[in-house]
Write a protein that binds this ligand. Structure first.
Ligand code: SF4
Length: 377
C-alpha cells in the first residue's frame, strides 16, 4: 500500500556570507556566484517529485536563505510554491538573518504565501554578536522585526546563551530586550562547541572555556521562568511560543510525522525511510546536473527504532506522551520497550507521571540529553 504523501516539506539554502565560528550546518560560505546553479539544481530535484505535493507546512532554512538577491529570492519562493503548494491555513516559515530582512524582501515573501519569519537574532547585545561573529546590528534587528510585523507575518527569534563569561545580567538584558518586541516565538540554545568548527579548535587549544554547567542551568531556568511569566508556553526543550504560535513544521518532526525535503544536506522521512541528501553543495549539484540521485544516505526505520524515536521526541515536548496513545500508535508496550530506564528516571525525579501522561520534570529537562541514550536501547 502506498503511504500517504507527507504534509510537510523543508528546503535547504546553503549560502552564507562567511562561516560563523560555532556553525557546523551545511553551508556554502562566500560563494554567491553559485546561486544560479543552486536554483537550477533545486528545480531539477523538485521536478523529480513528478507532480506538485500540497503541504500544510513549509520551511525554508539554511544557511541563510535571505542571502539570495531579490530576483533570486522571488524565483526560489515561486519554485517552492509550485512544487509544494501550501494548503489553506498552512504555515510557511522562512529563516533570515536580520541584516537581509528588508521590508521589500518580506513583502515579496508574504505576497507568495509566507506566514512566518524565523530571525537569527542570536543576541541583542553587541559584545555577544561580536563574539558569535554575527554581522547584524541592533538597528537591523529592529528593522527586520518591524518589517515582518507590518506585513502581518509572525516573528520567531533565535537566541544563544551561555557564552564564555556571560553573566546572568547579560542574559536578563537579552530577555528584557526580547520581551520589549512584538515576537511570538522564541528558540533559545546554549552555545555548543561542535567538532570541526573554529570554536571547537579554540577550545581544543585551551583558548576558549565554555560556561560552567551550573551557570548554564541557571540561565536556562531564568529563561523558562521569565518567558512563561510573559505568557509564552514552554512547549519543547528549546522552544517557547505564545498561545497558537507554535512552529507547526517542527512539531511534525517531534511527533515523528512524515516530511519531504530538497536541497544540499536536507533530510526527508517518507514511508518509514529516512534519506539525507549529499551535504556538499557541489556534490549535490553535480549529481543533479548529471541526472543522478542527490541522496547520500538511506535508512529504513524499523518498528522498534520508530517507537523509541517517538518516545524521545515525544518527551522533548514538555506536554510529554500519553502512554495509551503511544502504545496504540507504535504497537509496543512502553514497559517492554524501556521499562527499567523509565522506572529509574521516575525514581530519580527526572520523569513524572500523572494518569496516562509521562513527561519530563524540571530537573529532568536540565539533564535530558543524558537520558536519551538509555531510551534508545
Ligand atoms: S549565518 Fe547561520 S548558517 Fe550561516 S554560518 Fe553563521 S550560523 Fe551558520
Amino acid at each position: 500500500m502506498t503511504p500517504p504523501a507527507p504534509r510537510a516539506a523543508y528546503i535547504h539554502v546553503p549560502f552564507c556570507h562567511r562561516r560563523c565560528g560555532y556553525c557546523n550546518f551545511t553551508v556554502l560560505a562566500g560563494h554567491d556566484e553559485r546561486i544560479d546553479d543552486y536554483l537550477r539544481a533545486l528545480e531539477i530535484e523538485l521536478r523529480g517529485l513528478g507532480t506538485p505535493r500540497p503541504v500544510d507546512t513549509l520551511f525554508i532554512g539554511g544557511g541563510t536563505p535571505t542571502r539570495l538577491p531579490l530576483p533570486h529570492w522571488a524565483r526560489l519562493l515561486d519554485l517552492v510554491a509550485r512544487w509544494f503548494p501550501l494548503r489553506p491555513g498552512g504555515e510557511w516559515t522562512v529563516e533570515g538573518n536580520p541584516e537581509d530582512v528588508s521590508f521589500e524582501r518580506v513583502s515579496v515573501a508574504v505576497e507568495r504565501g509566507v506566514t512566518r519569519w524565523s530571525l537569527g537574532v542570536q543576541s541583542f547585545l553587541p559584545w555577544k554578536r561580536g563574539f558569535l561573529e554575527r554581522e547584524h546590528t541592533g538597528e537591523t534587528i529592529d528593522r527586520a522585526i518591524e518589517s515582518c510585523r507590518q506585513s502581518g507575518a509572525q516573528v520567531a527569534v533565535d537566541l544563544i546563551f551561555a557564552l564564555p563569561d556571560e553573566t546572568a545580567s547579560d542574559w536578563h538584558s537579552d530577555l528584557d530586550q526580547l520581551l520589549a518586541r512584538p515576537v511570538q516565538h522564541v528558540s533559545t540554545y546554549s552555545l555548543t562547541l561542535e567538532k570541526g568548527t573554529a570554536f571547537w579548535s579554540r577550545w581544543y587549544k585551551g583558548l576558549l572555556q565554555p560556561l560552567e554547567e551550573d551557570r548554564q542551568a541557571e540561565l536556562y531556568l531564568a529563561t523558562r521562568r521569565r518567558l512563561r511569566a510573559a505568557g509564552f508556553q514552554h512547549y519543547e526543550i528549546s522552544n517557547f511560543a505564545l498561545p497558537g504560535c507554535r512552529c507547526r513544521h517542527n512539531e511534525t518532526y517531534w511527533l515523528c510525522g512524515q516530511y519531504d525535503a530538497a536541497g544540499p544536506g536536507a533530510a526527508r522521512f517518507v514511508g518509514g525511510v529516512r534519506e539525507v541528501n549529499h551535504r556538499s553543495t557541489t556534490t549535490w549539484m553535480r549529481r543533479l546536473f548529471a541526472g543522478d540521485s542527490p541522496v547520500a544516505e538511506r535508512e529504513t526505520i524499523g518498528a522498534e527504532l520508530a517507537a523509541r524515536e517517538r518516545l524521545i521526541f515525544g518527551l522533548r515536548r514538555l506536554e510529554g506522551i500519553d502512554v495509551r496513545e503511544f502504545e496504540e500508535a507504535t504497537g509496543f508496550r512502553l514497559d517492554a520497550l524501556a521499562g527499567p530506564a523509565i522506572d529509574e528516571f521516575l525514581a530519580a525525579g527526572f520523569l513524572e507521571q500523572s494518569g496516562t501522561t509521562l513527561r519530563l520534570s524540571e530537573p529532568g529537562i536540565l539533564v535530558s540529553d543524558t537520558l536519551w541514550p538509555a531510551l534508545l536501547g
